[in-house]
Design a protein around this ligand. Structure first.
Ligand SMILES: Nc1nc2c(ncn2[C@@H]2O[C@H](COP(=O)(O)OP(=O)(O)O)[C@@H](O)[C@H]2O)c(=O)[nH]1
Ligand SMILES: [Mg+2]
Length: 241
């Protein structure tokens, strides 16, 4: 297994970024071949400077071309496959730069990929051993309902259909024309592989809201993007695409 990690960043504290890189290296060891930070024109100079100071040969800097956080991940998935030295990347790890995703889940994600021969491993916020801290109650209720509804419609084995933090087999990353521009990249990259019959498994994780205000959060209406991703998944599932 050779992993390229994709981390979009806007304005993240230096300590969070440094800890992320250390945690990824400790968790993946010799399996990690590149840690790709994806920058937007809105990424702060402080964030860029903090990453520039991290002295690891694994760190790669990339300016996104496609719009939004969805575009950042799409660009990152693409460039991570092309530019990670001479190694052949077999897996892509999507990880948020804001510290809300818990990198201590990575070892169990790698184990699940290897032991269960999974195509996608989701870090899940909705398993019995998962924890969610500081999620807005209205969004939490919406997320719960969304997961129940689309879990049922898609006959999905998954409990968390929207979280971005996951490990994708390279083949899965290349199998779809991802179109998400915002956080719907999380739902596309889970629901479309589920719908297409890939083996998608989950491991429990802890999600903690970041300290301070986030810049990129979706409005309640923006969550309709997840519904659109779900409808596209249904079309894949029932053969209309
Ligand atoms: N490169 C890039 N990063 C972004 C963009 N929008 C959000 N991010 C970063 O992507 C990561 C994931 O964002 P997410 O957690 O979905 O947004 P949140 O609601 O702001 O926490 C965070 O580290 C954000 O700072 C963007 O348009 N471009
Ligand atoms: Mg976040």
């Amino acid at each position: 297994m050779k992993i390229a990690v994709v981390i979009p960043v806007l304005e993240e504290p230096r300590a969070v970024l440094e800890a992320l890189v250390v945690d990824v290296i400790v968790a993946c060891r010799e399996k990690v071949v590149g840690i790709h930070f994806v920058y937007s024109p809105r990424t702060s100079p402080e964030t860029r400077a903090a990453i520039a100071k991290i002295s690891s040969p694994l760190v790669v800097h990339y300016e996104q071309i496609l719009p939004g956080v969805g575009g950042a991940y799409r660009d990152g998935l693409c460039t991570a496959r092309r530019t990670t030295l001479h190694e052949r990347v077999t897996h892509l790890l999507m990880l948020e730069g804001d510290g809300e995703a818990d990198p201590s889940t990575i070892p169990s994600m790698l184990r699940a990929a290897e032991e269960q021969d999974a195509d996608v491993v989701i870090a899940s916020r909705w398993l019995p051993d998962s924890e969610i801290e500081g999620y807005r109650p209205d969004k939490l209720a919406l997320n719960w309902g969304f997961n129940k509804l689309f879990g049922c419609l898609l006959r999905s084995p998954v409990h968390d259909h929207t979280f971005t933090f996951k490990l994708l087999r390279r083949e899965v990353a290349e199998a779809f024309e991802w179109s998400a521009e915002r956080q719907d990249i999380g739902s596309q990259t889970t629901m479309w592989p589920v719908a297409a019959g890939y083996k998608v498994v989950e491991v429990p994780t802890t999600w903690r809201a970041r300290i301070g205000k986030s810049k990129g959060t979706l409005s309640l209406a923006g969550n309709l993007r997840h519904v659109r991703a779900g409808v596209e998944a249904l079309k894949i599932r029932w053969g209309r695409r």
